[in-house]
Design a protein around this ligand. Structure first.
Ligand SMILES: NC(=O)c1ccc[n+]([C@@H]2O[C@H](COP(=O)([O-])OP(=O)(O)OC[C@H]3O[C@@H](n4cnc5c(N)ncnc54)[C@H](OP(=O)(O)O)[C@@H]3O)[C@@H](O)[C@H]2O)c1
Length: 233
Protein backbone atom coordinates (compact mmCIF):
# COMPACT_ATOMS: atom_id res chain seq x y z
CA UNK A 1 0.00 0.00 0.00
CA UNK A 2 0.99 3.61 -0.40
CA UNK A 3 -0.12 5.46 2.73
CA UNK A 4 -0.19 9.18 3.52
CA UNK A 5 0.25 9.97 7.24
CA UNK A 6 -0.13 13.49 8.64
CA UNK A 7 1.75 14.63 11.73
CA UNK A 8 4.22 11.82 11.06
CA UNK A 9 7.19 13.58 12.66
CA UNK A 10 6.73 12.06 16.10
CA UNK A 11 4.23 10.33 18.38
CA UNK A 12 1.60 7.97 17.00
CA UNK A 13 2.07 9.20 13.42
CA UNK A 14 5.74 8.20 13.46
CA UNK A 15 4.86 4.78 14.94
CA UNK A 16 2.24 4.19 12.24
CA UNK A 17 4.88 5.07 9.63
CA UNK A 18 7.31 2.62 11.24
CA UNK A 19 4.75 -0.21 11.40
CA UNK A 20 3.58 0.38 7.83
CA UNK A 21 7.14 0.41 6.46
CA UNK A 22 8.13 -2.71 8.39
CA UNK A 23 5.32 -4.56 6.59
CA UNK A 24 6.56 -3.52 3.17
CA UNK A 25 4.29 -0.54 2.54
CA UNK A 26 5.28 2.83 1.09
CA UNK A 27 4.79 5.87 3.30
CA UNK A 28 4.24 9.49 2.42
CA UNK A 29 5.23 11.03 5.75
CA UNK A 30 3.83 14.53 6.10
CA UNK A 31 5.61 16.39 8.89
CA UNK A 32 4.48 19.63 10.45
CA UNK A 33 7.75 21.38 9.65
CA UNK A 34 10.90 20.27 7.86
CA UNK A 35 12.93 22.61 10.06
CA UNK A 36 12.95 20.06 12.91
CA UNK A 37 12.76 16.54 11.48
CA UNK A 38 12.98 14.01 14.31
CA UNK A 39 15.76 11.44 14.73
CA UNK A 40 13.14 8.70 14.33
CA UNK A 41 12.13 9.97 10.89
CA UNK A 42 15.78 10.31 9.80
CA UNK A 43 16.37 6.69 10.88
CA UNK A 44 13.38 5.53 8.84
CA UNK A 45 14.78 7.36 5.82
CA UNK A 46 18.17 5.67 6.28
CA UNK A 47 16.59 2.25 6.71
CA UNK A 48 13.85 2.31 4.08
CA UNK A 49 15.25 4.70 1.46
CA UNK A 50 12.77 5.45 -1.31
CA UNK A 51 9.89 3.66 0.43
CA UNK A 52 9.49 6.72 2.67
CA UNK A 53 9.03 10.20 1.32
CA UNK A 54 9.19 12.98 3.89
CA UNK A 55 7.68 16.36 3.13
CA UNK A 56 6.22 19.35 4.96
CA UNK A 57 2.48 19.82 5.34
CA UNK A 58 0.72 22.04 7.86
CA UNK A 59 -2.83 20.69 7.80
CA UNK A 60 -4.22 24.00 9.06
CA UNK A 61 -2.80 25.85 6.05
CA UNK A 62 -4.63 25.49 2.74
CA UNK A 63 -1.60 26.57 0.70
CA UNK A 64 0.69 24.13 2.50
CA UNK A 65 -1.66 21.21 1.70
CA UNK A 66 -2.05 22.38 -1.91
CA UNK A 67 1.72 22.63 -2.30
CA UNK A 68 2.17 19.10 -0.94
CA UNK A 69 -0.47 17.64 -3.23
CA UNK A 70 1.02 19.37 -6.26
CA UNK A 71 4.48 18.03 -5.53
CA UNK A 72 3.23 14.51 -4.86
CA UNK A 73 0.64 14.12 -7.59
CA UNK A 74 3.29 14.69 -10.25
CA UNK A 75 5.47 11.95 -8.77
CA UNK A 76 2.96 9.61 -7.18
CA UNK A 77 0.20 8.15 -9.29
CA UNK A 78 -1.97 6.73 -6.58
CA UNK A 79 -2.63 6.52 -2.88
CA UNK A 80 -4.24 3.58 -1.05
CA UNK A 81 -4.53 4.95 2.46
CA UNK A 82 -4.77 8.26 4.32
CA UNK A 83 -4.18 8.60 8.06
CA UNK A 84 -5.30 11.95 9.39
CA UNK A 85 -3.26 11.82 12.58
CA UNK A 86 -2.08 15.42 13.16
CA UNK A 87 -3.85 17.13 16.04
CA UNK A 88 -3.40 19.56 18.90
CA UNK A 89 -4.83 19.73 22.40
CA UNK A 90 -4.85 23.23 23.87
CA UNK A 91 -6.53 25.00 26.82
CA UNK A 92 -7.41 21.58 28.22
CA UNK A 93 -8.13 22.62 31.78
CA UNK A 94 -9.90 25.89 31.01
CA UNK A 95 -13.46 26.43 32.19
CA UNK A 96 -15.90 28.24 29.92
CA UNK A 97 -15.17 31.49 31.80
CA UNK A 98 -11.42 31.12 31.31
CA UNK A 99 -11.38 29.76 27.78
CA UNK A 100 -9.74 31.83 25.04
CA UNK A 101 -12.12 31.23 22.15
CA UNK A 102 -9.31 31.50 19.61
CA UNK A 103 -8.32 28.05 20.95
CA UNK A 104 -11.59 26.77 19.49
CA UNK A 105 -10.73 28.17 16.09
CA UNK A 106 -7.23 26.76 15.90
CA UNK A 107 -8.37 23.37 17.27
CA UNK A 108 -11.08 23.03 14.65
CA UNK A 109 -8.63 24.25 12.00
CA UNK A 110 -6.12 21.50 12.83
CA UNK A 111 -8.26 18.65 14.21
CA UNK A 112 -11.40 18.85 12.05
CA UNK A 113 -10.93 21.06 8.99
CA UNK A 114 -7.35 19.77 8.63
CA UNK A 115 -8.52 16.19 7.90
CA UNK A 116 -11.31 17.53 5.65
CA UNK A 117 -8.78 19.61 3.73
CA UNK A 118 -6.40 16.68 3.33
CA UNK A 119 -9.18 14.38 2.11
CA UNK A 120 -10.49 17.04 -0.27
CA UNK A 121 -7.08 17.64 -1.81
CA UNK A 122 -5.88 14.03 -1.91
CA UNK A 123 -9.09 12.33 -3.10
CA UNK A 124 -8.06 12.34 -6.80
CA UNK A 125 -4.91 10.40 -5.87
CA UNK A 126 -6.89 8.12 -3.57
CA UNK A 127 -9.42 7.34 -6.31
CA UNK A 128 -6.56 5.89 -8.36
CA UNK A 129 -5.55 3.54 -5.53
CA UNK A 130 -6.68 0.05 -4.53
CA UNK A 131 -8.69 -1.19 -1.51
CA UNK A 132 -8.49 2.32 -0.12
CA UNK A 133 -8.93 3.15 3.57
CA UNK A 134 -9.13 6.53 5.30
CA UNK A 135 -8.38 6.56 9.04
CA UNK A 136 -9.12 9.74 10.93
CA UNK A 137 -7.47 9.51 14.35
CA UNK A 138 -10.15 10.58 16.79
CA UNK A 139 -10.49 10.34 20.54
CA UNK A 140 -12.78 9.08 23.26
CA UNK A 141 -12.74 12.73 24.37
CA UNK A 142 -15.10 13.35 21.43
CA UNK A 143 -17.82 11.08 22.81
CA UNK A 144 -20.85 12.83 24.22
CA UNK A 145 -21.43 10.07 26.76
CA UNK A 146 -18.00 10.65 28.37
CA UNK A 147 -18.14 14.43 28.45
CA UNK A 148 -16.45 16.17 31.36
CA UNK A 149 -16.39 19.83 32.36
CA UNK A 150 -13.35 21.13 30.42
CA UNK A 151 -11.30 20.35 27.27
CA UNK A 152 -13.79 22.16 25.01
CA UNK A 153 -11.52 22.77 22.00
CA UNK A 154 -10.13 19.25 21.71
CA UNK A 155 -13.26 17.27 22.54
CA UNK A 156 -15.61 19.32 20.36
CA UNK A 157 -13.23 19.22 17.40
CA UNK A 158 -13.03 15.41 17.70
CA UNK A 159 -16.84 15.07 17.94
CA UNK A 160 -17.04 17.01 14.69
CA UNK A 161 -14.32 14.81 13.18
CA UNK A 162 -16.47 11.78 14.02
CA UNK A 163 -19.41 13.31 12.17
CA UNK A 164 -17.20 14.13 9.18
CA UNK A 165 -15.99 10.51 9.16
CA UNK A 166 -19.55 9.17 9.23
CA UNK A 167 -20.68 11.37 6.36
CA UNK A 168 -17.58 10.66 4.29
CA UNK A 169 -18.05 6.94 4.89
CA UNK A 170 -21.53 7.13 3.40
CA UNK A 171 -20.27 9.23 0.49
CA UNK A 172 -17.50 6.77 -0.40
CA UNK A 173 -19.37 3.55 0.40
CA UNK A 174 -20.28 2.74 -3.21
CA UNK A 175 -16.65 3.06 -4.23
CA UNK A 176 -15.69 0.56 -1.50
CA UNK A 177 -13.42 3.14 0.13
CA UNK A 178 -13.50 2.46 3.86
CA UNK A 179 -13.58 5.37 6.33
CA UNK A 180 -13.01 5.11 10.08
CA UNK A 181 -12.60 7.47 13.01
CA UNK A 182 -10.27 5.57 15.33
CA UNK A 183 -9.84 6.17 19.05
CA UNK A 184 -6.28 5.06 19.74
CA UNK A 185 -6.52 4.97 23.53
CA UNK A 186 -4.48 6.91 26.05
CA UNK A 187 -0.90 6.50 24.83
CA UNK A 188 2.60 7.47 25.93
CA UNK A 189 3.33 10.34 23.51
CA UNK A 190 3.93 14.07 23.93
CA UNK A 191 0.18 14.54 24.01
CA UNK A 192 -0.63 11.57 26.25
CA UNK A 193 2.29 11.98 28.67
CA UNK A 194 4.45 9.41 30.42
CA UNK A 195 1.72 8.01 32.69
CA UNK A 196 -0.47 6.77 29.85
CA UNK A 197 -1.08 3.00 29.86
CA UNK A 198 -0.82 2.28 26.12
CA UNK A 199 2.32 1.80 24.08
CA UNK A 200 1.80 3.71 20.79
CA UNK A 201 3.65 0.92 18.92
CA UNK A 202 0.86 -1.53 19.79
CA UNK A 203 -1.80 0.97 18.72
CA UNK A 204 0.07 1.69 15.48
CA UNK A 205 0.09 -2.04 14.65
CA UNK A 206 -3.72 -2.14 15.07
CA UNK A 207 -4.15 0.89 12.86
CA UNK A 208 -2.00 -0.63 10.11
CA UNK A 209 -4.17 -3.79 10.36
CA UNK A 210 -7.20 -1.56 9.73
CA UNK A 211 -5.45 0.09 6.78
CA UNK A 212 -4.48 -3.27 5.32
CA UNK A 213 -8.07 -4.52 5.82
CA UNK A 214 -6.78 -7.34 8.00
CA UNK A 215 -9.42 -6.87 10.69
CA UNK A 216 -13.04 -7.90 10.36
CA UNK A 217 -14.89 -4.79 11.50
CA UNK A 218 -18.57 -5.24 12.27
CA UNK A 219 -19.26 -1.70 13.47
CA UNK A 220 -22.30 0.07 12.02
CA UNK A 221 -20.60 3.39 12.70
CA UNK A 222 -17.27 4.86 11.59
CA UNK A 223 -16.11 5.51 15.18
CA UNK A 224 -14.13 2.47 16.43
CA UNK A 225 -11.12 1.70 18.59
CA UNK A 226 -7.81 0.40 17.25
CA UNK A 227 -8.97 -3.22 17.65
CA UNK A 228 -11.96 -2.50 15.41
CA UNK A 229 -14.62 -2.43 18.14
CA UNK A 230 -17.37 0.25 17.89
CA UNK A 231 -16.97 3.23 20.22
CA UNK A 232 -19.88 4.80 22.11
CA UNK A 233 -21.08 8.09 20.64
N1 LIG B 1 -1.82 10.48 23.11
C1 LIG B 1 -3.01 10.12 23.47
O1 LIG B 1 -3.23 9.62 24.58
C2 LIG B 1 -4.18 10.27 22.52
C3 LIG B 1 -5.44 9.85 22.96
C4 LIG B 1 -6.52 9.94 22.08
C5 LIG B 1 -6.31 10.42 20.80
N2 LIG B 1 -5.07 10.83 20.40
C6 LIG B 1 -4.91 11.29 19.02
O2 LIG B 1 -3.84 10.58 18.42
C7 LIG B 1 -3.25 11.40 17.39
C8 LIG B 1 -1.75 11.45 17.58
O3 LIG B 1 -1.49 12.07 18.81
P1 LIG B 1 -0.10 11.93 19.58
O4 LIG B 1 -0.43 11.43 20.91
O5 LIG B 1 0.90 11.25 18.73
O6 LIG B 1 0.21 13.49 19.71
P2 LIG B 1 1.57 14.30 19.58
O7 LIG B 1 2.67 13.50 20.16
O8 LIG B 1 1.31 15.65 20.12
O9 LIG B 1 1.77 14.37 17.99
C9 LIG B 1 0.91 15.17 17.19
C10 LIG B 1 1.53 15.34 15.82
O10 LIG B 1 0.72 16.25 15.06
C11 LIG B 1 1.58 17.24 14.49
N3 LIG B 1 0.85 18.49 14.24
C12 LIG B 1 0.33 19.35 15.13
N4 LIG B 1 -0.22 20.40 14.49
C13 LIG B 1 -0.06 20.17 13.15
C14 LIG B 1 -0.41 20.87 11.98
N5 LIG B 1 -1.05 22.05 12.02
N6 LIG B 1 -0.07 20.33 10.78
C15 LIG B 1 0.58 19.17 10.71
N7 LIG B 1 0.96 18.46 11.79
C16 LIG B 1 0.63 18.95 12.99
C17 LIG B 1 2.70 17.41 15.50
O11 LIG B 1 3.83 18.03 14.91
P3 LIG B 1 4.76 19.04 15.82
O12 LIG B 1 5.09 18.26 17.06
O13 LIG B 1 5.92 19.30 14.94
O14 LIG B 1 3.89 20.22 16.06
C18 LIG B 1 2.94 15.95 15.88
O15 LIG B 1 3.76 15.32 14.93
C19 LIG B 1 -3.95 12.75 17.48
O16 LIG B 1 -4.97 12.82 16.52
C20 LIG B 1 -4.53 12.75 18.88
O17 LIG B 1 -5.65 13.59 18.99
C21 LIG B 1 -4.01 10.77 21.23
Amino acid sequence: MRILITGAGQGLGCHIATAALSRGNEVLAAVHSLSHVSKEISKLQERYGERIMVFEMDVSDEQSVQKAVQTLSSKEEALDGIVNNAAIMVEREKTIEELDLSAMQISFEVNTIGPMRVVQQFLPMLYRGNEQVIVNISSEAGTIINAFPTNYPYSMSKTALNMFSERLREYLREKDIQVYAVHPGWMRTNMGGVDAPADPRDIAAGIVDILERKKKIYSKIAFIDSTGRPMPL
